[in-house]
Design a protein around this ligand. Structure first.
Ligand code: 5AD
Ligand code: SF4
Length: 442
């Protein structure tokens, strides 16, 4: 049996997909990248903006017709679109067999068996999208493929923030933190399997443990992960600026394995817009956190998310977002045009920004950031960095690719016998467009 798995959206979906693959591998399925030879097609979907949501329907348009040659093929849709649409998705897409929600990842193998059995009698589709208090599948602990050196570990799921533009709290449910003992068990297991770098994952990692009685907080969790032997680098995402505590900020200074890298979504540089977004911080609050982080770790690399064209965003509001790029000097930004998500509070806002204006603001935002990103890369030339080898470079010919502690990509020639997971001191000699070139020193 072969499984073809297509994943859209954020790292949480990527992590969920690796759990799905793992669950089916245990049942003897092999992964395939060729949809035509699959016995099971799973699409893990994203609804954070309209664009990825629409992609699901074109994907189904491609895969459902494969059933005419392979009547035994089972097609399942999971993730955020599945959660939101539930049964309606099956009605809209004849030929789709299974819709499973964000809390039902672990029930997929059973649902597939059910479909296969029922086919012997009558054709049947199933939908299971209700939220459970504890999302199913959180305790599935996939083992990495041999040679992999980094892995994601989900520490919490769901979001209680309800930012006015965001669909996530509706499709991922309430915040739930995994017991820290389970998280540490998983990190130890990964370290034994050769993992050097873990990425702790959650919609809002800084509020880890706050909703579970007796659970430790995020800063304490970081300290515990830090103790795991074999793990050399720790990163985490996503942080909400309002919950970025002093304890976590000082963890950057006291825990050497904690990479000097942080994704800190700003969304907008105007207080009026931030307030309408319901973000719970002002520009001054955000900058105070940035300054504290930079005084704890002067070279910390920051990245962010920006939304342009939120309802009511004036030209001068947008200028303030541009000003934040200059003030904070992010390594990279992920910027998006505001996309109306039906059911969210912002969907009711009437002062919409025309699409042409949104497009123009997005282009200006990205152009300014491209300059800043390049300046930051250029400034690395001459520095020596500890680079973790992630694999051989795309160019081949003895060239390897790795990451600096700030997560910048470095390509360099390495001695024979080099493998992923090795560390080198590398002198940066050139800055290219999105990466650095270096020479091994030791
Ligand atoms: N429109 C545009 N961007 C959005 N994001 C979340 N919801 C929307 C929306 N409705 C962006 C935010 C968030 C990132 C994951 O996606 O910037 O941080
Ligand atoms: Fe969405 Fe806000 Fe929750 Fe992030 S914090 S997932 S933007 S509601």
């Amino acid at each position: 049996m072969k499984i073809f798995l297509e994943t859209y959206g954020c790292q949480m979906n990527v992590s969920d997909s690796s759990k799905i693959n793992y669950l089916f591998a245990e049942q003897g399925y092999q992964p395939t990248t060729v949809s035509q030879e699959a016995d099971l097609i799973v699409i893990n979907t994203c609804s954070v903006r309209e664009k990825p949501e629409l992609k699901i329907f074109s994907a189904l348009g491609r895969y459902i017709p494969l059933k005419s040659n392979r009547p035994e093929l089972v097609i399942a849709v999971g993730g955020c679109v599945a959660q939101q649409w539930g049964d309606k998705l099956i009605k809209r897409c004849p030929g789709l067999d299974i819709v499973f929600g964000t809390h039902q990842l672990d029930s997929l193998p059973e649902l597939v068996t059910k479909i296969r059995q029922s086919r012997k009698s009558v054709r049947k589709s199933v939908a299971v999208t209700d939220f459970q208090e504890r999302p199913g599948g959180l305790e599935v602990m996939p083992l990495p493929a041999p040679g992999t050196i980094n892995a994601m570990v989900t520490i919490m799921q769901g979001c209680d923030n309800f930012c006015s533009y965001c669909i996530v709290p509706y499709v991922r449910g309430r915040e739930y933190s995994r017991p820290h003992a389970k998280i540490i068990e998983e990190v130890r297991r990964l370290a034994r399997a050769g993992i050097k770098e873990v990425m702790l994952l959650g919609q809002n990692v800084n509020s880890y443990g706050l909703k579970e009685t007796g659970e430790i907080g995020f800063a304490e969790l970081l300290a515990k992960v830090h103790e795991v032997e074999g793990i050399e680098r720790i990163r985490f995402t996503t942080s909400h600026p309002k919950d970025m505590s002093d304890a976590v900020i000082s963890a950057f200074a006291t825990l050497p394995k904690l990479s000097p890298y942080l994704h800190l979504p700003l969304q907008a540089g105007s207080d009026a817009v931030l307030q309408k977004m319901g973000r719970g911080y002002s520009v001054a609050d955000y900058l105070a956190k940035v300054d504290k982080l930079r005084s704890a770790v002067p070279d910390i690399a920051l990245t962010t998310d920006i939304i342009v064209g939120f309802p009511g965003e004036s030209a001068s509001d947008f200028q303030k977002t541009l000003a934040m790029l200059d003030r904070v000097r992010y390594d990279q930004i992920y910027s998006f045009k505001y996309s109306i998500r039906p059911g969210t509070r912002a969907a009711e806002f009437v002062d919409i920004v025309p699409d042409g204006e949104k497009r123009d603001r997005l282009a200006r935002c990205q152009a300014r950031q491209d300059e800043i990103s390049q300046e930051i890369l250029d400034a690395q030339v001459g520095r020596v960095s500890e680079v973790l080898v992630t694999g051989s470079s795309k160019r081949g010919a003895g060239e390897w690719s790795g990451r600096t502690p700030e997560n910048r990509i470095v390509n360099f020639l390495a001695p024979a016998g080099t493998q992923a997971g090795d560390f080198f001191q590398v002198k940066i000699v050139t800055a290219l467009k999105h990466s650095l070139k270096g020479e091994v020193i030791s």
